[in-house]
Structure formats: C-alpha cells, structure tokens
Write a protein that binds this ligand. Structure first.
Ligand SMILES: [Fe+2]
Length: 482
C-alpha cells in the first residue's frame, strides 16, 4: 500500500474537520486502519497480522479491580522501545513542576487573578509554551495535581510529547489543536476539551497559529464521569458525547525524530528514525478522547437558591475517600436562571476545597469585569471569595422581579481539588498577575440597617407595641431566625 494512502485514511485535504470518531466513555474500543490488522481471539499472537508488533500500554496496575482497570493493546510497525537512550533535554525547561515543595513553589491564602497571557512572537510549540501555574503533591508518589497554562504559535515539528507523570486535561481557549496520538487524530476546538492519558505519545499542530489554553494534570488516577445520584440515569455529560480516535498511522522514514518525555517534571529526549504514530490497529479502554462542552446538559435550581457548583461536574478524578475529588472539572455553561427571591450569582463562600478558574469565552456571572477570557483565578482552601461589588449591587438592584434570565455566550470552568495548591514563582511574579484583584470586593459596603429590618418586619412589629427601639429589633431578628 502507498504511504500516501496510509496518511489519507482519516483525513481530507489536510483538514481534520471530517475526522471520524468512536463514541462512548470507558468503552472497550477497537479500531483498525487496515482490514484484518487487529488480532482476533488473543492479544499477543506469535506473529501479528501484517507483521505488526503487539504492545500493551497500561493506565492502571495489572491487578486493579476490573471496574477501574484501564489498558490498551497497540499493534504497531515498530515497537516504542526502538530508540536511543533518553538524555536530559537541552536547554532545560525550568517551568514544569511535578513535585511541589518549598524549592519550587510557595503558599499563599490570598485570592489570585491573572490577566490573559500574551502569546509570544518567537516560535514556540506546545512543549516550550507549557508552564506550571500551581499544584500540589508528587507525580513520584502518584498523588496530586499540577495546573499548567500554555501559549504557543507553532506546531510541534518532528517530535512527539509523552507525559509519564499523569493525565492531561487540555482546555484550549484560543486556537484549535490538531492532536495526533498513537490511537489516531483529534481536532479540539475552543469549547472542547481533550484528555491525553499518562504515557500516550502525542504531537500537537496549531492550524490557527497563536494559541492559548489551560491544562490540568492529575497524578495516580484517571478521570471518571461523576455519579448522578438523585438526578437519575441521564443528565450532565452523556457518555456517548465523548469521542475517541480511530486508528491512523504513518510509516515514513523520519531521521532525527525526537520523543520528548516528561518524567518527574523534567524533560528528556530520545532519538529514533520513525514516527511513533505507527499504530495500525488497537483495542482497549485506555484511550485519548475529547468532549464538546456545548453538549453538556446542565441542571440547576428551579425555585430557590444557587446550586453548589458540583452540579456542573463534567469529569471527576477521585481520591480514595468517597465524594472527595483529587480534581473535578466543572463548567459554567449557558443556562437559564429562574430562581425566585434568590441571590442568583454564586454565593459568598469559603471552601475546604481549592478552586482554580478559567474563562474560555464570554463573561462570568460573578465578576462584572477583570476576569477575562484566557485569564485565570485561584481561590485556595478557606480563602473567602464570591461576587464582586458591581455584581452584588446590580443583582440587589434588580430586586425580586428579575424574571427568568438566560446566561448566554459564556463558558467558564473550574478545576477544584481537595488538595491545597502551591503556586510557582513565575506565576506569582508574572506581569499578568492582577495586583488589584482584592479591590473588586473591597467596596462591598454594609447594607445592615435596623430600619430595613423594621420595614421587612412590619407585621411582626405590629404584634408588639409599635416601638422600633434597638432592643425590639434585636428581639425580632432573633425571632425570625428561629
Ligand atoms: Fe468558589
């Protein structure tokens, strides 16, 4: 078969718009780019069809319970091991962290916010444009997470990236990503997310040039769909809307091809003379995948109060404690607000979890300004936060007659974790750090008023002798709180 035919199996005129995918979450998938390439009846025949090598990639220990066990079998032209020794990458990339401690990060309970970072003019691919903002734990100890951002303007050239530390959840904010993986190709546009599990080799092309986005990396676990509890069997992210690549391969001779391996937060390189995207067929449940956030089916209050943000969980990476997430991926999509006599924006709160937020497009309901697409904020464990002054005042001014209102053209998200993050120095010292963030709340004034309480409690007051002295009001307040 002609090499060119191989390349064109899943692409049309160089575009990925017509890519085909497999649908589902956690399925046992299978795909072959050539008929009969997938061995039947066993995983590792003495000689595989087409003379392919069989290679397993495991995402969980061999003995993990079946419901958690993830692995795939790849049938490839040459096995991954066919490369020269790994060497430290030069120049050293110093802004990636996978084991957080005092030497590379610091703690602060202060509310932090960053303006959108400018995409550099100098040629920068996804690897060089990736930097850690915050995180905690250790990839060595298989517990923790890192939150990164990237700004890049050029496709990866003759190289592939492999992350031995954890799974990437990529949230593009500007520019599409064309991601070639060992299982096939993904096109991921802003408004979609991609999950690239630990160990998979991938290359990212940037068809739109300047690109920017967010990345959550989790150590020692994988993302799951959240339980739906009383919601029932349907709602939130539907399994069928998760899309998995179909097999695609290339067999070209590629002298000097480089595998860049992130291992313990450090980058290593190894040379080989062929593409790692030489998997002709594969099967298994350990796969890269993508999800279109516009497919999310949000649930919310239909009478009173603001629901906890967990109602909008797309994916969750669990800890061993039931209901406690190493990292939840939560979105705030377009939706109707209908609650009666309710403060509709997010309530003021202090959370035992830590919250990193980003904005893909539009505005966010709790911030009238200052939180921009491509920007970010971090509210760590027990750090108070909530709507800014303008949002509070505007909401109160609308009163109880606000009526149903649809939030449109927006997509904010949150990475929420039970683990407290440490923040990297380049993030704290970034020129894009907003030193005035605290001012969005500093203007919140007291609305406390005995007169107001009197007005709202006329009926109650009439039960008394009509006096409105302080003692009476305090008594009334106590009575209404019972
Ligand atoms: Fe929050």
């Amino acid at each position: 078969m002609e090499k060119e035919q191989h390349r064109s199996i899943n692409t049309t005129n160089g575009s990925l718009d017509d890519l085909k995918y497999q649908s589902g979450f956690g399925n046992s998938f299978s795909s072959e780019a050539l008929p009969g390439a997938l061995p039947q009846g066993q995983n590792s025949p003495l000689v595989c069809p087409y003379g392919l090598y069989a290679e397993q990639i495991s995402g969980t220990s061999f003995t993990s319970p079946r419901k958690l066990n993830e692995r795939s079998w790849l049938y490839r032209i040459k096995p991954s091991v066919t490369h020269e020794p790994f060497k430290p990458r030069v120049p050293v990339r110093g802004k990636l962290v996978s084991e957080f401690d005092k030497s590379n990060s610091s703690t602060t309970p202060t509310q932090l916010r960053w303006k959108p970072v400018t995409v550099p003019d100098s040629p920068t691919d996804f690897i060089d444009g990736l930097y850690t903002v915050c995180g905690t734990g250790s990839s060595f100890l298989r517990h923790g997470y890192a939150i990164h951002m990237y700004t890049a303007n050029k496709s990866m050239d003759n190289c592939a990236f492999c992350n031995a530390d954890g799974d990437f959840l990529i949230v593009p904010q500007q520019g599409r990503l064309w991601i070639t993986t060992e299982c096939g190709k993904l096109q991921v546009s802003p408004g979609e997310i991609a999950i690239l599990p630990q160990g998979f080799r991938f290359a990212i092309d940037l068809p739109d040039g300047p690109s920017r986005g967010y990345v959550a990396e989790i150590f020692g676990t994988h993302f799951q769909l959240p339980d739906l509890g009383p919601i029932g069997a349907n709602g939130l992210a539907a399994p069928r809307d998760f899309l998995v690549p179909i097999a695609w391969f290339e067999e070209d001779y590629k002298p000097g091809y480089t595998i860049v391996q992130k291992f313990g937060g450090e980058l290593f390189t190894a040379r080989q003379d062929f593409s790692p995207f030489n998997v002709v067929a594969w099967h298994g449940n350990y796969v890269p995948y993508k999800y279109d956030l516009s497919k999310f089916c949000p649930y919310n209050t239909v009478l009173v109060d603001h629901s906890d943000p967990s109602i909008n969980t797309v994916l969750t990476a669990p800890t061993d404690k039931p209901g406690v997430a190493l990292l939840d991926f939560v979105i705030f999509p377009p939706r109707w607000l209908v609650a009666e006599h309710t403060f509709r924006p997010p309530y003021y709160h202090r959370n035992c979890m830590s919250e990193f937020m980003g904005l893909i497009y539009g505005g966010y309901e709790a911030k009238s300004d200052g939180f921009l697409p491509g920007g970010a904020s971090l509210h760590s464990c027990m750090t108070p936060h909530g709507p800014d002054t303008k949002t509070y005042e505007a909401t109160i001014a609308r009163g109880n007659e606000a009526g149903p209102h649809k939030i449109t053209d927006t997509m904010a998200f949150m990475f929420e974790s039970c683990l407290m993050p440490r923040v990297c120095p380049w993030a704290l010292e970034s020129p894009f750090m907003d030193p005035d963030y605290y001012k969005c709340w500093i203007g919140l004034r007291s609305h406390f008023s005995y007169e107001g309480m009197n007005a709202k409690s006329n009926d109650l007051k009439n039960e008394h002798d009509g006096s409105a002295d302080r003692a009476t009001v305090v008594e009334l307040i106590s009575k209404t709180m019972l």
